[in-house]
Design a protein around this ligand. Structure first.
Ligand code: ZN
Length: 354
C-alpha cells in the first residue's frame, strides 16, 4: 500500500512550509495552515495537493489545526476537486482549535481546499485567452518584485459616457469567489450577452489585486507586511502606488470590489448610502433566482448612515468622488456557475447608480 502524499508547495498552496504538513500514518495527516499576519478573522486558507498512488479510491484522515478555535465554525467544510470546476464539499467535526475530517480521495491527483481554488496560473490563463479588442484591451499595469503580473482589462462603452466602473477581485487573497465572480463578468462580456446594458459604461477590471498573495498562499495581504488594500493606503508600497496612479488616471465614478466572507447564510453589501443600496438589493433580487442568493447583510452604521469606505476605495471616493460598493459572496452551498452568475449580475445591477 503506497502512502498518500500531501503538499502545499504549489501555486496558491497553504501551508507552503513542508514542516506544517505532517504525516502521522499512511493515511493520516496533521496540517497547520499558515497566516501571514496572525489575524484569525482572515485565517481561512488551506490549499493542498493530494496524490493517491493507489489505482483506486483511498481513505484520508486529516487533523487541521488552525491554532485557535474562535472561527472554526467557518472552517469545518472543505472542498475536494479533481481539476475543472467541480468541487465537492466534505464536512468535518470541530474539536477546539482543530477540525477533523475523514474523506475518500480518488486515484491520482486531487486538490483539497477551504474555498474552491483559483490560483495565479488560472488568472494568467484567463488573461491569455483574451484576444485584443474582443471586447477587452489588456495592459500590464505592474510587475511585483516577485515577478507576478497585474493586468488591467478595459472594455469601452460604445458611446463616450460618464459611467466609469472599476471592478476588482482578490484584494484579500483567500477570497477565491472574487476571482470566479470576475471571471463570470469577463466571460459574459466576451460572449457579448449584455452589450446593450453596458453600452453606456466604461468598465475597467483588475482581476487579481494581490497576485503574490494568491500565489504564495496568503490570507489577507499581498505579502507579510504589505497593506490591506481594502483598508489602508500606503504610497510607499509599489503595488498600492500603482493602484493609486490608476485611480487618478481613470477617475472611476464607481468602484466595485468583490469579496468572499465566510458567513454561510448571508451575502453582504457595503459602503453605499441607504437608497442606492436598497435599489441595488432590489435589482439583485430581480436578477438572481431566489435559490441562488442569500439574505443580504447591509453594511450601515447606525441605522441608515453609510459606512465609510477605506483603502483604495476610500482613496477613489476622496479624490474622485467615486461611489463605492463591496459585495461579500460566500461559497457555502454554491458552485462555480453560481458565483460566476453573481459576478455578472452584480455588475449589471450597479450600472444605474454608476
Ligand atoms: Zn475581503
Amino acid at each position: 500500500m503506497d502512502p498518500l502524499r500531501l503538499t502545499g508547495r504549489i501555486d496558491g498552496g497553504n501551508p507552503q512550509d513542508e514542516s506544517a504538513i505532517c504525516q502521522t500514518a499512511d493515511r493520516n495527516f496533521l496540517i497547520k495552515p499558515y497566516s501571514e499576519d496572525g489575524d484569525a478573522g482572515y485565517k481561512f486558507r488551506l490549499d493542498v495537493d493530494v496524490e493517491n498512488p493507489e489505482g483506486c479510491e483511498a481513505d484520508l484522515s486529516l487533523i487541521i489545526d488552525w491554532g485557535e478555535a474562535q472561527y472554526n465554525q467557518y472552517r469545518d467544510v472543505v472542498y475536494l476537486g479533481t481539476g475543472g470546476d467541480d468541487w465537492q464539499p466534505f464536512e468535518g467535526r470541530i474539536e477546539d482549535s482543530r477540525v477533523l475530517l475523514d474523506l475518500k480521495v480518488p486515484a491520482g491527483k486531487s486538490h483539497l481546499t477551504l474555498n474552491p481554488s483559483y490560483n495565479y496560473s488560472r488568472y494568467m490563463e484567463l488573461i491569455g485567452r483574451l484576444d485584443e479588442g474582443a471586447p477587452f484591451s489588456k495592459s500590464l499595469l505592474h510587475t511585483t518584485d516577485r515577478g507576478r503580473k497585474v493586468y488591467l482589462l478595459r472594455a469601452g462603452g460604445e458611446r463616450r459616457t460618464s459611467k466609469r466602473i472599476l471592478v476588482t477581485g482578490r484584494t484579500h487573497p483567500y477570497e477565491s469567489a472574487g476571482s470566479y465572480a470576475v471571471e463570470g463578468i469577463v466571460e459574459g462580456m466576451v460572449d457579448g450577452l449584455y452589450r446593450e446594458q453596458l453600452k453606456d459604461s466604461d468598465v475597467w477590471i483588475l482581476p487579481m489585486m494581490c497576485p503574490d498573495g494568491v500565489a504564495d498562499g496568503m490570507c489577507r495581504l499581498n505579502g507579510p507586511g504589505a497593506p490591506d488594500l481594502s483598508r489602508e493606503i500606503d504610497s510607499g508600497n509599489p503595488l498600492c502606488q500603482a493602484y493609486m496612479d490608476l485611480i487618478n488616471e481613470i477617475k472611476p465614478t464607481f468602484f466595485l470590489e468583490f469579496h468572499n466572507w465566510m458567513l454561510r447564510n448571508n451575502d453582504g453589501i457595503f459602503y453605499l448610502s441607504w437608497w442606492p443600496m436598497m435599489a441595488t438589493i432590489w435589482r439583485l433580487r430581480r436578477r438572481i433566482p431566489e435559490t441562488r442568493r442569500k439574505p443580504m447583510i447591509r453594511g450601515l452604521d447606525r441605522w441608515i448612515m453609510k459606512r465609510r469606505a477605506a483603502g483604495l476605495k476610500g482613496y477613489a471616493a476622496e479624490h474622485h468622488s467615486a461611489r463605492c460598493m463591496t459585495v461579500e459572496y460566500p461559497w457555502y452551498g454554491r458552485n462555480v456557475a453560481d458565483i460566476k452568475g453573481l459576478g455578472m449580475q452584480t455588475l449589471l445591477a450597479v450600472v444605474p447608480i454608476a
